[in-house]
Design a protein around this ligand. Structure first.
Ligand code: UDP
Ligand code: MG
Length: 354
């Protein structure tokens, strides 16, 4: 289980009790990895209490807020289970639905996504997400309904491939589909946020939708190209039409006086503005790609782990646990990522409270 938490102090008590009761019913061994994504409230403290009171809980404390997807990457890199399930901390995805996902995994799928058939979010959230979902379906050819649902299950190899993917701006569900063989979806229930407020202000949402759009296709670029060609051809044809009308007024049933009286200049202005507008959109989208290339080539670490908390209190050596994307992309960092964690475990009694 992998759960990113950012300022979720109000949800953690209900989350842990519902989560553990449904996981214990499964009759499988499990481990829960919470990621504290640089919360400024009591989230970390509550998570640490959970980790100290149960043997199968680890808490990854990130040094600063790096976003939901990066937090999940941090946990994926630390995960050890055969199947990795991701979940939101705000109880929008009921933990009681986990068995449904596992049943599909047992059927042989590599990735199982939740599909929020009845989604409890504002229209303001649902509409952009529908548009982007449709675009991604077209771009990736994988016919899933819901790329935004974070209640998902991955088999170990897929989780590992994702943790090793070197992109900085990744949208996890879409990435998983590209790295997995058999992908499916099950309908899951969806609830309104149980407490606290959404951690996605408008700005972050726009960025997220752009991550999804530019990260997995060049369709927007092709769209702009296409419309640019259409607009340009259109205005050339219109120009020819205007010229012919001037040269052969009789053929178009207009007189020279009528043509002079016509304030054609305004039509031209309108046309010009339209073309300029299209160009701006094109430049903006190009800029978006260029900006992303820039962030990718800088290869900044996606997240910084400050400490890992558990009953055994493995203390991460700061320099070494910094999972940078470069290390993951290097290839040889791949295999010992999983083995490295236990070797740092020091037998130390749990600290009662921070
Ligand atoms: N989250 C996070 N870091 C962030 C923003 C969100 O770890 O910077 C977590 C958050 O705690 C929650 C999940 O990501 O568990 C989904 O966030 P939220 O419920 O606010 O998103 P929404 O449901 O509004 O899309
Ligand atoms: Mg939510």
């Amino acid at each position: 289980m992998v759960i990113p938490c950012y300022n979720e102090e109000l949800n953690i008590p209900a989350l842990t009790s519902r989560l553990f009761s449904s996981l214990e019913k499964l009759g499988r061994t499990f481990e829960v990895i919470f990621v504290d994504d640089g919360s400024r409230d009591r989230t970390l403290e509550l998570l640490k209490q959970a980790a100290f009171s149960r043997p199968n809980v680890r808490v990854i404390e990130l040094a600063r807020n790096s976003g939901q997807h990066s937090a999940i990457f941090a946990a994926l890199a630390a995960s050890r289970g055969e199947v990795v399930v991701t979940l939101d901390a705000d109880l929008q995805n009921p933990p009681e639905e986990i068995p449904k996902l596992l049943a599909k995994i047992d059927e042989g799928y590599d990735v199982v996504g939740g599909w929020r058939a009845k989604r409890e979010d504002s229209l303001f959230r649902k509409i952009p997400s529908r548009i982007v979902n449709a675009m991604i379906r077209r771009a990736t050819g994988v016919m899933l309904h819901d790329y935004g649902c974070m209640l998902r299950a991955y088999r170990r190899p897929v989780a590992k491939r994702m943790a090793n993917a070197s992109e900085v701006t990744s949208f996890i569900p879409a990435l998983a589909n590209q790295l997995a063989g058999k992908v499916t979806e099950v309908e899951v229930a969806h609830a309104a946020r149980s407490a606290g407020e959404s951690k996605y202000p408008f700005r972050k949402l726009v960025k997220l939708q752009f991550d999804l759009m530019t990260g997995f296709s060049t369709v927007p670029l092709q769209g702009i190209m296409g419309s640019g060609v259409v607009v340009a051809t259109g205005s050339v044809l219109f120009g020819i039409f205007l010229g012919l009308r001037r040269l052969f007024p009789a053929f178009f049933h207009v007189t020279l006086e009528e043509l002079k009286a016509e304030q054609g200049i305004f039509t031209l202005f309108a046309l010009l503005f339209f073309v300029v507008g299209v160009q701006f959109v094109g430049i903006a989208i190009l800029g978006e790609y260029v900006g992303r290339i820039y962030t990718e080539v800088r290869r900044r670490p996606r997240y910084l782990v400050r400490k890992v908390w558990s009953q055994r209190s493995e203390h991460a050596e700061p320099g070494e646990k910094l999972s940078t994307t470069t290390a993951a992309a290097g290839g040889n960092g791949t295999s010992h990522e999983g083995e490295r964690a236990p070797s740092h475990e020091k037998e130390k009694t749990a600290e009662p409270k921070a």
